[in-house]
Ligand binder design. Sequence first.
Ligand SMILES: [Zn+2]
Length: 58
Amino acid sequence: MGTDCTYCGSDVERHDPVFVSEATDDGRERAGQFCNYACLAAYIDEQALTVGAACEWP
Ligand SMILES: [Zn+2]
């Protein structure tokens, strides 16, 4: 995997990179990399990752 931002495709090493990993059966796996939190937030928004998530208030 290179160092391109998952969201905008820029080289994250030129910014202040944020890395996201997901838990797997074997441990943790790199799930994405972003220039900064702005790209991460934009990516989440675009993917609507919070829609349908199991984090509803009781
Ligand atoms: Zn970016």
